[in-house]
Each structure stands twice: as structure tokens, then as C-alpha cells.
Design a protein around this ligand. Structure first.
Ligand code: NAP
Length: 310
């Protein structure tokens, strides 16, 4: 997909790198290297996932082994975590991420969430006094500075609603190239998709398989009869039907699989398409958002407000 930032393109399928339950860095490094062998060139990381180091190590190793010719072949996304969501901390934060990744630049730097944490908390729920509204003007100025300094090729956001994007667009000098949000057959984001299309903001889908097996997901997609029926008829898997649906919405996606067979399956969705009838069936599935901020941060007023919004 072509992005709004000059000449930049994003591979339609990337590998997600957050694991739940958490795995060690070596497991992530091996999975990323395996994904590179399978043809992945797009990796979704974040400071808070703890996956930047193993992603960087796997890419460095792939270059040493000749699996890829140069760093430019890859599209690497990482994200500004909420504890650094202050104007004067953005440059420091991206430099930390770049050090973890052993890179001079990332391809996409995203504001992870529209909120600020005054302190990193490992326990959930996070006490209310540590959760603050984000000062988007100053944070975005820091993001623009990252792009101007060449520390990232593009900048964007994650978990932003139409309302928050509208606000951002009203004052930004560089508009967000991407909004990374939950998108799958059970959370189709019709209004946000239309808004982003009109504004030239590309959508990347997270949890495109419903995050089965994680604490923020379930098997509503992989266990869905309607999707399974389509998959059987097309000799595909339910995962492939879900990912193909996302692709046909015009969105890129970052399904996470550290399993060799499943990661190959997830990137093999390009030699067929869904019929209008199949798309209509999927578009009638009931809507239910999987991940909520309240489940991670607690049911605080500010968090609930953001959840209601996305
Ligand atoms: P997901 O990709 O929808 O689902 C991942 C789960 O599905 C894993 O348990 C994986 O297990 C399993 N799986 C993968 N492929 C499969 C297949 N073909 N058949 C059956 N099961 C399969 O969920 P996600 O991890 O929430 O989202 C993906 C990525 O999005 C994350 O890794 C992260 O990079 C990003 N993300 C971003 C945000 C944000 O706020 N920006 C939030 C959540 C996630 P195996 O590994 O065992 O295959």
C-alpha cells in the first residue's frame, strides 16, 4: 500500500511481535528470523513489547546471512510508549528504540495510545493518579521533529478515533500517515475506515485474527462458523479468510504468529479473492471490540472515555 509520506509504501502483511503470555527475547529473535525466511519484510514492534532488541538482532543476522540485501528492504514500525508521551521526551524515546533495534531510522513511528502515564506500571489496573491526558500538540511536534531529523521515515498514531484524528489534523504540520487500530471481521470500524480514507490516512490492522490465545482476545474469529464455512468452500483456513477480508478493506495488517507453519499461512493470502456474497456474509457478523484499554489500565474515567471513542 502507498502511504501519504513521499514515496513510502508498506507491505500488506507484517509480523506482530507482542506475545501473551510473554516469551523470552530469544524466542522472538528466532521467530522474526523464521519470518524473514518465509518472506516477511514488515515487522510491528513497540518499546513496551520488549521486542525491539530481538527484532533488531534478527534483522542484523538476516543481513549477515544474506537473507536480505539491505536494511531498506524492511519496513519497521515501533511506537512511542505512554510514559514518554511528552513533547520533550519524544526524541529521547525514539533514540532509545533505535538503539534497541540497532538502526539509524525506523520506517514508521507511532504514538502508541492517546494517553500519558506518569510512571511505568507493571501491575494492572494502573492507579488513576498515574494516568493523564496526552498533550497531543507538544507530542506531535516531537514526532514531526523525529521525521525531520530522519530518525523515522513516517509518523502516525495508534488507537486514535475520528475525533482525535480531526483534532490532530487541525494543527499538525505533517499529517499522520498511519492509524494502527483493531480491525477484523468482528470489529469492522466502518466510520473510522471511511474517515481515514477521506483524509489519506492508511489503516494498519492489529488483532486481525481476534488475538486468539491472548488475554485481550478470544476465538470469536477462528471459531466463527460463518468464516469457517467460507474457508472450507475455498480450501483456505479461517485465519486466511479473516486476513483476506482485512486486505480487501484496503488495510495492511500485522498478524502475530511465532509458529513456522501459521506465519507462512498468514502471508499466503494474495492469489484469490472473496466473492461479493462472502464479503456480505462477513459484513453481517455481530460487532464486538476485542481489546479495551480499561482491561489493561483499569476502568478510570479517562480510559473509559478513550475506549468509548475508538
Ligand atoms: P492476532 O494477530 O489477531 O492473533 C495472534 C494469535 O493468533 C496468537 O495467539 C497466534 O498464536 C494465533 N495465530 C496466528 N496465526 C494463526 C493461524 N493462522 N491460525 C491459528 N492461530 C493463529 O492478535 P494480536 O497479537 O493482538 O495482534 C497482532 C499484532 O498487532 C501484535 O503482535 C502487535 O504487534 C500489534 N498490536 C498492536 C496494538 C496497539 O495498541 N497498537 C494492540 C495489540 C496488538 P501463534 O503465535 O501460536 O501462532
Amino acid at each position: 500500500f502507498t502511504l501519504s509520506c513521499a514515496g513510502q509504501t508498506i507491505p500488506a502483511v507484517g509480523l506482530g511481535t507482542v506475545s501473551d503470555p510473554r516469551v523470552d527475547a530469544e524466542t522472538t529473535r528466532v521467530a522474526v528470523l523464521e519470518a524473514i525466511k518465509a518472506g516477511y519484510r514488515h515487522f510491528d514492534s513497540a518499546f513496551v513489547y520488549g521486542s525491539e532488541k530481538p527484532v533488531g538482532e534478527a534483522i542484523a543476522e538476516a543481513l549477515r546471512l544474506g537473507l536480505a540485501k539491505s536494511r531498506d528492504e524492511f519496513f519497521i514500525t515501533t511506537k512511542l510508549w505512554c510514559t514518554f508521551a511528552e513533547g520533550d521526551q519524544v526524541i529521547t524515546a525514539i533514540k532509545m528504540s533505535l538503539k534497541n533495534l540497532q538502526m539509524d531510522y525506523v520506517d514508521m513511528y507511532l504514538v502508541h495510545l492517546p494517553l500519558r502515564l506518569t510512571q511505568q506500571m507493571t501491575k494492572s489496573p494502573v492507579p488513576r493518579e498515574h494516568i493523564m491526558p496526552i498533550d497531543l500538540k507538544s507530542v506531535w511536534a516531537g514526532m514531526e521533529e523525529c521525521q525531520n531529523l530522519g530518525l523515522t521515515k513516517g509518523i502516525g498514531v495508534s488507537n486514535f478515533s475520528c475525533k482525535r484524528l480531526e483534532d490532530l489534523i487541525s494543527f499538525c504540520k505533517i499529517p499522520p500517515a498511519i492509524n494502527q487500530v483493531e480491525l477484523n471481521p468482528f470489529w469492522r470500524q466502518k466510520e473510522l475506515m471511511e474517515f481515514c480514507k477521506a483524509k489519506g490516512i492508511h489503516i494498519t490492522a492489529y488483532s486481525p485474527l481476534g488475538a486468539h490465545g491472548t488475554k485481550w482476545g478470544d476465538n470469536r474469529i477462528l471459531g466463527c462458523n460463518v468464516i469457517e464455512e467460507i474457508a472450507k468452500a475455498r480450501v483456505k483456513t479461517t485465519a486466511q479468510v479473516s486476513l483476506r477480508w482485512v486486505y480487501e478493506q484496503g488495510a495492511s495488517m500485522v498478524p502475530k504468529s511465532f509458529n513456522k507453519e501459521r506465519m507462512r499461512q498468514n502471508i499466503d493470502i494474495f492469489d484469490w479473492s472473496l466473492t461479493e456474497e462472502e464479503i456480505n456474509k462477513i459484513n453481517q457478523l455481530p460487532q464486538r471490540k476485542g481489546s479495551t484499554l480499561a482491561s489493561t489500565f483499569g476502568p478510570h474515567d479517562l480510559v473509559l472515555e478513550i475506549d468509548a471513542d475508538i
